[in-house]
Design a binder for this molecule. Structure first.
Ligand SMILES: Nc1nc2c(ncn2[C@@H]2O[C@H](COP(=O)(O)OP(=O)(O)OP(=O)(O)O)[C@@H](O)[C@H]2O)c(=O)[nH]1
Ligand SMILES: [Mg+2]
Length: 321
């Protein structure tokens, strides 16, 4: 399967992503091999509030990149809804004009049935797609809070969409979402009120510059109409410029990668610890007495939690090494 993926077999690539999603341990050596073949893809996150035009923009970007001969993979992520059929179906429809193009690969991912978190699954999907040699990997995800920020951590360039109607930049600022944007797009510029959001964003980004970030990558605000294609060339060129910037600033690029890899490993470790803790659903025999002590208030729940952690995670680790 690894050979098939390295030979860019998209059917096998899709199968491996499904297996990675289910969190099976058998994927570990596969991912390990594939990771060594990666590193070439430009990974771009596209995020923003529900309905802000992310899929429409992704569709336009696919068209722009295809004209330049690039091979594109898209991961459309829906972390918000447990049964995301509707939204993801919409995504598929909006990108459907690329359906017959073998140089375009579109994959949807939802929370349902995922063990160990969506962000981890997206990381594995990126590992697989990167090894397949796609030039650009676009990750589309709804941007509303921390879990979405985790997802865009897999990207070296983050495009953040806003619209006048979604439009409370202050709210986004509070959620910490503004910090992660490298390129800001005020989409649906055909609708009224986008001027206000452009000024609000520029003002906030200006403050970022005042905080001693001169000489670093300076985010730009672009006005766009994804539906007509207005602003798309500028966005695509800015994405290119972001990667040029990273190539010209290897120390900054390396620091970003290192912190992303650490965050990714923390996510994986957290899942490993969780799996160890839950290997038995109830108390084991050695813990049953302690639980009675908690019941009788001789001990408290923290003491019981520590015992669980000690037995299952610490001792579990020792017995498996
Ligand atoms: N008026 C206007 N409508 C747009 C524009 N861009 C996208 N839309 C419309 O906005 C709606 C939502 O677009 P999507 O591309 O699905 O938005 P999204 O952010 O991917 O939505 P979710 O994935 O559901 O969060 C669709 O009906 C689009 O046709 C634009 O520039 N102007
Ligand atoms: Mg969408």
């Amino acid at each position: 399967m690894v050979d098939a993926v390295l030979a860019r077999n998209t059917r096998v690539g899709a199968q491996l992503i499904t297996r990675a999603e289910s969190g099976t341990a058998a994927m570990r050596p596969v991912l390990q091999l594939l990771y060594k073949h990666g590193g070439g893809a430009r990974v771009v996150g596209i995020t923003g509030p529900p309905g802000s035009g992310k899929s429409t923009l992704v569709d336009q970007l696919i068209g722009w990149f295809r004209k330049r001969g690039l091979r594109i993979a898209v991961v459309a992520v829906d972390p918000s809804s447990p049964i995301s059929g509707g939204a993801l179906l919409g995504d598929r429809l909006r990108m459907s004009r690329h359906d017959g193009d073998p140089e375009v690969f579109i994959r949807s991912m939802a929370t349902r049935g995922l063990l160990g978190g969506l962000s981890k699954a997206v990381g594995d999907a990126v590992t697989i797609l990167d090894a397949m040699g796609w030039n650009v990997i676009l990750i589309e995800t709804v941007g509303v809070g921390q879990s979405e920020i985790d997802i865009v951590r897999h990207a070296a360039c983050v495009v953040l969409l806003q619209t006048a109607s979604s439009g409370d930049a202050v709210q986004m600022g509070k959620a910490g979402v503004l910090e992660i944007g490298d390129i800001f797009v005020v989409n649906k510029d055909d609708m009224s009120g986008s001027g206000r959001i452009v000024s609000a964003l520029n003002e906030m980004l200006g403050r970022r510059i005042d905080h001693g970030e001169i000489g670093r990558w300076q985010p730009t605000v672009v006005r766009a109409e994804a539906i007509t294609g207005k602003g798309v060339a500028e966005i695509a060129e800015l994405i290119g410029r972001r990667f040029d910037y990273l190539a010209d600033h290897p120390a900054a690029a390396r620091a970003q990668k290192i912190s992303q890899l650490h965050a990714r490993a923390m996510e994986i470790a957290e899942q490993m610890i969780g799996a160890r803790l839950c290997m038995e659903p109830g108390p084991g025999s050695s813990q049953a007495k302690l639980l009675v002590d908690v019941l009788e208030r001789k001990e408290d729940p923290y003491a019981y939690a520590e015992a669980l952690f000690h037995d299952r995670v610490e001792n579990g680790a020792r017995s498996s090494t």
